[in-house]
Ligand binder design. Sequence first.
Ligand SMILES: [Fe+2]
Length: 296
Amino acid sequence: MNVNELLGSELCGSLRTNGYAIIDGLFGSNFTKGLRKEIKFLHQTEILKPNTTRLFTHDKKMISVPKKNIFEIDITRHNSDLAPNYVKVLSEDSTISDTFNKRMRNVEILKTAIKVQYNEGKGGSFSMHSDSDVKQDDRVISGVLYLNPDWKRGDGGELKLYPYPQDPVVIEPVMDRLVLFSSPHMVHRVLPAYQERYCLTFWFYGFNDDYVEIKKPTEPNLRFLLQPRNKKHLVKLHYGQEWMRSIIESHHDSETRAELVSALNSDLGKLRGYFHDYSDWIPKTKLLRSEDQPWI
Ligand SMILES: [Fe+2]
């Protein structure tokens, strides 16, 4: 199967109607093995740095909360010589973004960025979040390429997506699997990993309209709730306890972690007020067809 078939209209259709798409075997075994080796080298030579969660407090102060067991680096044109073989090839290739631009009428990708990441296991995880906020950056689609040839059930480190109002989906981080999803709207987390885990993230930047036309259902309250920008808030309301646990699992016990928990509690209070008048409508969103709820 060639790249054009793998990146075909089915993939773009899934991104639009489910908010995510999964492609296996796009890059091939030789390339992905080389890529893993190159990222491993970056870790062994301490080029990868510990990850932190950033948060703006209510008084606009930025705090950084160190993450457990996760190391990474952004690869840009200024530092791509650090990973001059496989990572650089990916950072200079536009096949995926060209496909989006050709096949998705609401998307215009203008720039791609790459981050490589090593999770040393030992419970390393990411709490629930979405990758971007349309008010702050232009990321439209996120992609994660997994590089774990020996992954087996029990190793952890699965990606969990929350394509509300559909049920959550758990995706195994196996070799040469690429998962694409909406950067601003798809809430996701990484479950604790118990074996080392490698991946490479793509961010596709571009035109990012915050409003998506929804034709069905015709009922205005349901159409409002199904706007992609509202879905992540509904996930927070629906899965508030899981969101809280994911913050606690992913960070060391610290004052700054307590600030993350308190920010979540404050958000939940605001969201309960904001969606109060829709409480009869929210359960009805679950009954709708996913084709009628475009994400992008
Ligand atoms: Fe993410």
